[in-house]
Design a protein around this ligand. Structure first.
Ligand code: ATP
Ligand code: MG
Length: 220
């Protein structure tokens, strides 16, 4: 929680806790978030789970521009700016109001995905992508980020096993790309271990959940 001293006394900014989940394809983010939210709600906590663009119409429309197959002329920096713009809108419309009322907001991927995928693996530069996103996010960096670390072999095998979501464009990238994403996350974790916590995502689902809960409960 952030408190600011103003001429009218102490003002509380965010009463809630902003938590994000990151990691490569098939790391188990979506599965884990579902179980985590159930557990926290059983404890009586106010929990919002979300993911970008989160059904926010403006963010959905920006995403439509990004995914349009006709937009082959899109410059990589334009792409980065549009992702940041969609992120801002989702943050402003969904995340910030929930944090203001005191909820735990759990977001499936956030800024670190852009840093790892576009900044590092695609080679746009982590610092460049961070600068664009810093403007979009302002003070609303996640308080806590769980990096579900998994080898690409294991993660992609889970995705291709077929009981999860559909296989997408990124899944079909070569292993070198997925290894680069993992290395990007590794560097982000090393540069900010206080915020980004590494979780061994190759464990059984119950063990992954227990690891996350023990760290999260200590922060609540
Ligand atoms: N700890 C686990 N052990 C084994 N299988 C798992 C585990 N966690 C999730 N799975 C399975 O792996 C598949 C991928 O999981 P999930 O969709 O949660 O991953 P994800 O990180 O959300 O992937 P993406 O980034 O692609 O959205 C699913 O079929 C899920 O049931
Ligand atoms: Mg998922």
């Amino acid at each position: 929680m952030i408190r600011v001293l103003t001429d009218r006394g102490v003002r509380q900014l965010d009463k809630g806790l902003f938590v994000t989940f990151e990691g490569g394809e098939g790391a188990g983010k979506t599965t884990l978030i579902d179980e985590l939210a159930k557990t926290l709600r059983c404890q009586g906590r106010d929990v919002l789970t979300t993911r970008e663009p989160g059904g926010i119409p403006i963010a959905e429309q920006i995403r439509g521009i990004l995914l349009d197959r006709n937009h082959t002329a899109m410059d990589p920096r334009t792409e980065a700016l549009l992702y940041a713009a969609a992120r801002r809108q989702h943050l402003a419309e969904r995340v910030i109001p929930a944090l203001a009322r005191g909820a735990i907001v759990i977001c499936d991927r956030f800024i670190d995905s852009s840093l790892a995928y576009q900044g590092y693996a695609r080679g746009l530069g982590i610092d460049e992508i961070r600068a664009v996103n810093a403007f979009a996010i302002g003070d609303h960096m996640p308080a806590l980020t769980f990096w579900l670390d998994i080898s690409p072999e294991v993660g992609l095998a889970r995705v291709h096993a077929g009981d999860g979501r559909e296989v997408n464009r990124l899944d079909l990238e070569g292993f070198a790309f997925h290894e680069a994403v993992r290395e990007g996350y590794r560097q982000l974790h090393e540069s900010d271990p206080g915020r980004i916590v590494r979780i061994d995502a190759e464990q059984a689902p119950e063990s992954v959940l227990n690891d996350v809960l023990s760290i999260l409960n200590a922060r609540l």
